[in-house]
Design a protein around this ligand. Structure first.
Ligand code: MBD
Ligand code: FE
Length: 308
């Protein structure tokens, strides 16, 4: 078929009716959004001459991705989750908020309710023979003052790139903890160096990435929510420097400022002081969080999350 054969007014009238604009009831905000998305979809079909076969291939694909619970993987994979962050960054900048640690995507693998401890925690169960990693730092406000009693909620993958809960071979809450900062705002944890996550073999998300000529891998990373009363929630991650996929994260989660140096310690005295018998790694990472503010979108996102 030729492209661009439809009249925009015809599309507009149809989208109006599809969104119930000529009906009295319903949710006004939903009508507005459905009207726009329906209109844009119809225009795209005409502009690109999307065939009926292509259209139904797309519908079937989205249905399959929904059945395998992969929409939370596909949204970051097509950069839309990152786009939401870029937009919130811009809204904060326009509202005069500055000086916070860079945010980045939550991803689909958080589990609420991890064990809570004060000051420090060990995240691994001792069964994964990965490189021992200590992460330590301080939570401050944008004024540089320490935030005592902040909660650093941390989660990451094991050396296979798998997350507990979603990987039934790991114990509950393995590599997941909530750590309350000390009076001076400091926190620290012992864990194992994670590996990057890859979309599962044969998955819908991997199929999409490969059909686009992309890979379906994330570089190794550690996720954080940092919360404290009176402050805006920070959702972020750090990446492990040197990872093959650092610059091509399929989920667009890697950002400047979120790739701290990894210090490798092989000094016998320091090894013994930590109660270890092999070299280990240390990452120093501080978080700067913004005080609660009026007139700018909140950072607490309501989305379905696993809980255990
Ligand atoms: C992950 O571990 C992740 O963090 C994201 C954003 C997507 C898929 C897997
Ligand atoms: Fe992740």
């Amino acid at each position: 078929m030729p492209k661009n054969i439809m009249d925009k007014a015809t599309i507009g009238t149809l989208a109006d009716r599809a969104a119930g604009l000529d009906a009295a009831g319903g949710n006004a905000r939903l009508k507005e959004i459905v009207r726009r998305l329906t209109f844009d979809l119809m225009v795209a079909i005409d502009d690109l001459d999307i065939s009926m076969d292509e259209f139904w291939t797309g519908v079937t694909y989205i249905a399959a991705a929904g059945r395998s619970n992969e929409l939370g993987l596909i949204v970051p994979g097509i950069a839309v989750e990152h786009y939401l962050d870029l937009r919130l960054d811009e809204a904060e900048r326009l509202a005069g908020l500055a000086g916070t640690t860079q945010r980045t995507i939550e991803g689909p693998l958080y589990v609420a309710g991890a064990p809570l401890s004060t000051g420090e925690a060990r995240l691994d169960d001792g069964c994964d023979d990965g490189e021992v990693l200590f992460v330590q730092g301080r939570v401050t406000g944008t004024d540089g003052r320490p935030v005592a009693g902040a909660i650093v909620d941390v989660w990451h993958a094991n050396t296979m790139g798998n997350y507990s809960h979603f990987d039934p071979t790991q114990p509950a809450f393995n590599l997941r903890r909530r750590i309350e900062t000390r009076a001076d705002g400091t926190y620290g944890f012992r864990t194992i160096m994670p590996s990057g996550y890859g979309c599962p073999p044969g998955s819908q998300s991997r199929l999409l990435m490969e059909s686009l000529g992309r890979h379906a891998e994330r570089p190794a990373h550690i996720h954080f929510f940092v919360t404290a009363p009176g402050y805006r929630k920070l959702t972020t991650q750090i990446n492990i420097e040197g990872d093959t996929y650092l610059d091509t994260d399929f989920a667009f989660g890697t950002r400047d400022g979120l790739v701290p140096p990894v210090r490798r310690i092989d000094d016998a005295g320091e090894i013994h002081a930590r109660g270890l018998n092999k070299p280990f790694a240390v990452i120093d990472f501080d978080f700067s969080i913004a005080a609660q503010a009026e007139g700018v979108a909140g950072t607490e996102v309501s989305r379905p999350r696993a809980a255990a």
